[in-house]
Structures are given as structure tokens and as C-alpha cells.
Design a protein around this ligand. Structure first.
Ligand SMILES: Nc1ncnc2c1ncn2[C@@H]1O[C@H](COP(=O)(O)OP(=O)(O)O)[C@@H](O)[C@H]1O
Ligand SMILES: [Mg+2]
Length: 296
């Protein structure tokens, strides 16, 4: 349990404050929800911290298929036929494993988990115990904790769960990273590109979050993809990665699906991406240097 944020620097860029808060909450025996837009490093942070907790760590992807049975476990049907419902033939699901071992249950995208499954989780948190039909009560061993990442923009229904979940958990808000951190993350996760140009790409992605037509802008994932697409295009076209048209093509591919425009906006995402691109890289260069990448 002697984890400090200094140990995590190789996996997690920045986020010293969030790491410190998360460790304090876990140290206090609290359950924790990390909440923030996609791409703000919630999974990166939770994985790095969870991996160092020296307790069993159960990872679960939150989605519509996460039924109570999947979370809790089930009786092996073949063995039920021959032996009946004996406790020995119960196959523990991740929740029961974490409870029995005093481990950490980590759920990604908590907002996508179906209501009935959330109810089981809520009981485990508030009672420290769940009742499994035909198996009986399973008590949580000391140390059992629950951490989850949650995206407030996911329309699947954060509001639906908020009250009950928030009442039983500590919440750490994750906002977008600083531009300096986003640049370091892109350098770490993306291909090697000229630094000055990469810094401009980071500014471009950040500008998607400020545009008045955009409801949800791009995360640092947009930078990583843009750099990747641009470097592939540069190789395919034998062109310089900093080529204006190449950059616009890469930006359009990487960003037009990522940015979410307001319902009332009559423009296309491509038009908005181009406007933002011109804001950082300037207007389309006039003279044609023979490069054919500017086809509309
Ligand atoms: N602080 C960070 N340090 C290192 N990589 C990061 C950081 N934040 C984000 N990333 C990278 O950005 C991408 C998205 O991060 P992720 O943790 O999956 O975000 P989230 O879970 O909030 O959607 C991943 O490729 C991840 O490696
Ligand atoms: Mg995630």
C-alpha cells in the first residue's frame, strides 16, 4: 500500500493531484468513481494505480451485456444436473471474487451498466454483502473496494445512476489535460514527428473544445490518431508530414467523426474541422508546388 504518485510517472503523464486524491480515497477504504470526458486518462490512471495495490484486481468492462449473473457468477449447469446446487460448484464472478478476497473491482464505463446490475453493486457497497440465490450471503472481506470510470457525456444514462452511486462513492473529476501534458502524451503514444508541428496539432485538437458549434470536442486520442494518419499519408504520398493539404486530410479523418456538433448547427463536421485547421495552420497555400494532395 506504499504507492506514491512518483512510482507512476512512467505510465501516467502528469495527473499528480488526481493520483494523490485517488490513493487517499482508496487508503481511506472508500469506493471511488472517476468521472470525465472520454480520453482524459481515466483508464490509464486507474489501471496504473490498481496494478500497484497489492490486492487481487478484477477488471470488468461496463456494457449492456454485463448482467447481474456475469458480475456475481453462476452455478455450472452440467454439475448442477449431477450434483444439485452445491456451493462448491458455484463459479465466482468478478464481484464475488473481489468480495471474498478483499480485492479491488474495477468497472470501466460504469454509465453503460444495466440498472439491475448496478443494484447488485450498490448492495455490495452499502451492505458489504450480497445475497446470491441458492448460494446464500457472501460477505466482503476487509479491503474490498470498488473503483469505476464514468463518462458524463455518454447519453446511455448517467443521470439514471447518479444519486445512488454518488451517495456511496467518492468522486474524482478528470478534466482535459494541459496542453503541455497533451503534447507529452502524444509524443509518448504517437509516431515521431517534428515537435513544432506536433504542438500545433495539439492546439488544433484543443481548439475543437472551444468552437461555438461544437458540443463535445476531441480528446488527446484525436491527436494520437491525427499524427498516425498523417505519418501514413506522408509515407504513401512521399510528402512532408507538415504539408498543408496532407494535414487537413489527416485532421478531417481523425476529427470529423469525433467532434459532436450542436443539434441546431447547420454546418458539416468537415467544414468545422477545416475552419479550425485554418485557424492554426493558416489558409490554403496559393501556389501549387506539384503536390496532388489538395484534391477536393
Ligand atoms: N495522463 C496520461 N498519461 C499517459 N497516457 C495518457 C494519459 N491520458 C491519456 N493518455 C492516453 O490517451 C488515450 C486515452 O486515455 P484513456 O486512459 O483510455 O482515457 P479514458 O479512459 O478517460 O477514456 C490512451 O491512449 C492513453 O494512453
Ligand atoms: Mg476509459
Amino acid at each position: 500500500m506504499a504507492t506514491t504518485y512518483a512510482d507512476l510517472g512512467e505510465e501516467v503523464v502528469g495527473r499528480e493531484r488526481e493520483i494523490e486524491l485517488l490513493l487517499a480515497a482508496l487508503g481511506a477504504g472508500a469506493h471511488v468513481v472517476l468521472e470525465g470526458p472520454p480520453g482524459t486518462g481515466k483508464s490509464t490512471l486507474l489501471r496504473a494505480v490498481a496494478g500497484r495495490q497489492h490486492v487481487p484486481f478484477l477488471f470488468v468492462e461496463g456494457n449492456a451485456e454485463l448482467t447481474p449473473g456475469r458480475l456475481v457468477g453462476h452455478f455450472d449447469p452440467a454439475q448442477v444436473l449431477s450434483q444439485g446446487y452445491k456451493p462448491e460448484i458455484f463459479v465466482d464472478g468478478p464481484l464475488i471474487q473481489a468480495m471474498r478476497t478483499g480485492g479491488m473491482l474495477y468497472i470501466e464505463e460504469l454509465n453503460r451498466v444495466p440498472e439491475e446490475t448496478l443494484n447488485v453493486l450498490l448492495t455490495s457497497m452499502s451492505e458489504g454483502e450480497v445475497h446470491v440465490p441458492r448460494l446464500g450471503a457472501v460477505k466482503a472481506a476487509p479491503g474490498f473496494s470498488f473503483v469505476a470510470a464514468m463518462n458524463p457525456y455518454d447519453s446511455v444514462g448517467t443521470a439514471r445512476i447518479s444519486g445512488a452511486i454518488y451517495d456511496r462513492t467518492c468522486r474524482i473529476a478528470m478534466g482535459y489535460q494541459t496542453s503541455e501534458a497533451e503534447d507529452r502524451i502524444s509524443a509518448l503514444r504517437g509516431p515521431t514527428v517534428p515537435e513544432q508541428w506536433r504542438a500545433q496539432v495539439v492546439e488544433l485538437i484543443r481548439s475543437t473544445r472551444e468552437h461555438s458549434d461544437v458540443r463535445v470536442g476531441s480528446s488527446v486520442r484525436g491527436v494520437i490518431d491525427l499524427l498516425g494518419v498523417a505519418s501514413q499519408l506522408a509515407a504513401a504520398r512521399s510528402a512532408d508530414i507538415t504539408d498543408w493539404h496532407l494535414g487537413l486530410d489527416a485532421a478531417t479523418v481523425a476529427l470529423s467523426g469525433r467532434i459532436r456538433l450542436h443539434e441546431s448547427c447547420s454546418r458539416t463536421p468537415e467544414e468545422v474541422v477545416r475552419e479550425l485547421y485554418e485557424g492554426i495552420f493558416g489558409r490554403e497555400p496559393k501556389e501549387d508546388d506539384g503536390d496532388s494532395s489538395g484534391e477536393a
